[in-house]
Design a protein around this ligand. Sequence first.
Ligand code: ADP
Ligand code: MG
Length: 811
Amino acid sequence: MVSAFEKLTKILALEKEQGYRRKAVIGGLERFASFWREEARQEAEDLESARLVEEIVALLRDYPALGDRGARERIVEEILSKLSQKPRRVKEEPPEKEEVVEPKEERLPKRLGLDSPVIALLGIGPSHAKRFKRLGVETIRDLLYLFPRRYNDFSSLKTINQLEYNEEVTIIGTVWDTNVRETRKGGVIVTSIISDGTGTIQATWFNQPYLAKHLPAGRQIVLSGKIDEYLGRLVFQSPEWEPLEKELIHTARLVPAYPLTKGLSARWLRRLMKKTVDYWSKRLPDHLPARLRQRANLLDLETAIGQIHFPEDQESLERARRRLSFDEFFLIQLGVQRQRHLWRSKPGRALTIDEELLRSFLLSLPFTLTGAQQRALKEIVNDLRQPQPMSRLLQGDVGSGKTVVAAAAILLTVANGCQAVIMAPTEILAEQHYETITELLANFESQISNLKSQITVRLLIGSLTPLEKEQIHQQAGAGDADIIIGTHALIQEGVKFEDLGLAVIDEQHRFGVAQRAALRQKGTTETGPFSGPVCPHVLVMSATPIPRTLALTVYGDLDISVIDELPPGRREIKTRWLLPRERERAYSFLRSQIEQGHQAFIICPLVEESEKIEAKAAVEEYGRLQKVIFPDLKLGLLHGRMKGEEKEAVMGAFKRGEFDILVSTSVVELGIDVPNATVILVEGGNRFGLAQLHQFRGRVGRSEYQSHCLLLSESSTLEAQERLRAIETTQDGFALAEKDLELRGPGEFFGTRQSGLPDLKLARLSDVRILEQARTEAQVLFTEDPDLTKPEHRLLARKLAEFWRGEGDLS
Ligand code: ADP
Ligand code: MG
């Protein structure tokens, strides 16, 4: 006999085949729904199926009301997928064995330790080991650190007569009767009646026939789960259960739910974790010194691991979480602070600050520094005076005027007879810095007659001939070039300086702790820019405002100066999110701005596959815009596959006003300064993160003209919508950064790899208090024992090495 469910499956397949024309059944699917319902209800042998029938009927009844094919298709697909889930006649759990996966001491190979592979544990075979590997678990220690994703709170214990629909509870009772039934389609239902003296309740499990023999009449059991209703009576559907006489793992408590992976059943894993935690957590040495634990009021590691897996109550869980989050922050802080310590323990050069020179430089500027710029400059100047090398981050929103602050520091350095270098992430940026610096200095020098000699500035970029490069290398080595500006790569490649006093790294958030460390490390070898008897002062500039907690972690190795104020007179950049069908309007707006003598940017959507494909797409879009939309205007094109000199030519031409519109991929993101550009149109705005959109927007609004930012985007996901709304209404980069962090988390915000941070398992960047505490404790520890050589810190030193393993050499 064909079941109702099979019948419907066939009909829908037919409907699909015929193109959703409502022809598969005479009278239409909506009429069929009523017949089918009767039939299917008869066959529905359990609550689950009965509910499924109702859901399907509701969907069928909606069918004719829908005008478009797409919607009909979706409905058919949805029903088909429901139907395919229906006959789940597979066994969900392996037979309940009394013999368990306990790592029994006498049966373990000798010298089994925390770093032994999990396969060494009793009950774990090769296929389990493979599955664990997928969860990132290879050793017993890893297993202890496989934390629950959440907990089911079954701690509320009730009697049967107190139960209410839909609550999560635990009851304790005696099995009255258990029976096993086969359904018509070969499924198995185990039903038990449980009594606790105040009443009885029925519990059913599907397709776990082996349960029957574990639930004989008379057995005392504990049941936990959500209370359901069937035919007007309260019931348990597939509740967790276990015998009362055993230690409770699955019921009557906060029950851990682990990340699931195919082939590792929840119950099996929970039991394994219990045994593992019981046996191994006490063998896990605590890397935190006892004194520190006391001071910071933290649980010991054994307790914390025990409680994070099988918490006694919410409070213990919270304490466990605090301890383990602390560990993560603490190790990060130790890593970044060791970095800072290493850097600062090298001999630096105390520069003499020529106050008079500084004053006249500032007077030569066409503007006065903002309060924030002055503050930052003061902090930098103070660092330059010290005999330890500076290690400072200068953070400021796009257009906040970081360059001029750096220029002042450079001038002061050069005045000491030292050299300075600026390293930029791209050639375009290096070129721009070169222009800005030469202009600022030329302007200054023309006003100052008592300078001993001209300051020589050199630009080191890839498009130079080998001879030209060689010349610059020579000048740098002989001390004939005072300031060298180039990309990171070129400068790292082996420029020797006669006497480098200051290195400015313009990183635009491209580097993390580890990369920065690597950069310095390379620089401190024989050939790099940081070689020599003393270390230069280092100033890192970042245009990405980041939230404080993130700054303290990602930039924890640096002192931080923030320019949180824009130069006066800047106007708000009007930002609008437009739907793709409003594209024409956007184009005519661009045109009107150009007619007023301004210029525009058009940013092509982000193509993630490769720079090559992205470049190709940009070339096409450029062609279309030039031919079809703006045939009478001059358009330029910029993408990442162009050679340095080509880019330079295009940028130069755009800056000089030779193009009306610059069509570009996201390479334009990086600090290009074209004051006459007043509008930027971003295609596919939903594909970019908030920080990046904010960067794009920073390309305009660099003059007294009113500027505009138009974001073209589908309505896309809710999250993308929220991002687009945030950027429409907020100008403040720091606020946007907080929002981005909140919406997408630190991984997305930076990309973990980009941030150079080890993954955080438990710690949340919103845990400011724990972070601050970890930072303070790391500082204390460093003053006490900077190299972690004291015996009580030996474990910690090892843990630290492990934690940063693979994240670049931070040792
Ligand atoms: P950032 O590098 O921080 O994005 P820039 O250093 O490129 O910003 O400065 C942006 C623009 O603002 C430049 O044209 C610069 O000359 C100008 N500028 C910098 N400081 C001030 C100030 N205090 N007042 C007015 N304009 C300023
Ligand atoms: Mg800049």
